[in-house]
Write a protein that binds this ligand. Sequence first.
Ligand code: 13P
Length: 253
Amino acid sequence: MDKNFRRTVIAGNWKMNMTPTAAAAFIKELAPMVADADCDVVLCVPAIDIPAAVAAAEGTNIHIGAENVHFAESGAYTGEISADMLVDAGVEYVIIGHSERRQYFAETDETVNARTKAALAKNLKAIVCVGETLTQREQGITAETVSLQTKIALLGVSAEDMKNVIIAYEPVWAIGTGKTATSDQADEVCGIIRDVIAGLYGECVAKATTIQYGGSMNAKNAEELLSKVNVDGGLIGGASLKTADFTVIVKNG
Ligand code: 13P
């Protein structure tokens, strides 16, 4: 497999951090630091930060993403945000099915699939998260778990739409814990996901799909993780809240 077939995408996931004011200041500081990046640079920000983030990123190579999208076009879903709203606000990427959404907000493989299709229908780039829990890893069902999550997330997604799909492999046990998957573990599971995509869409689509690793990626371990053939970028939580650390990761992308 040749990495040249696909884009490397380094994306921050701010989670529930940063006010709109802080977001604008952060992006203004970050922009010159990552201006010469070889990879795609994305910041996925809280919904309320989106207008400030889009304005601050204008004219830079920083792309703005959201952290979730609802599956309906519009309607009686208090507190939710539609794909049309994100697009109109200048958002290009959206994280779907993060393990924190699955764990705390009853997100299921089926709703992940519905949200993915809703995002793709509006030409958003969907960063679809999959990953096993510690129990599942210990039970020896990592491959089965991520394969199932990937297959269900992509039900009804066309080969053509796969150009707007990024899969983020985020082992739940590595998120915010300081425990990173080894680069070999990350490479192995990203490779399993690529095989699933090859089974669904063929080798060409599999070769062209960006598969990120996420889970305690930081300025120290990014180079090693990103050197792996199946790891095409990162989805970064904590380290995306510090301009210097995030810049180091981007430079390795
Ligand atoms: P950390 O980088 O803080 O472990 O978070 C990873 C993550 O959940 C990104 O979506």
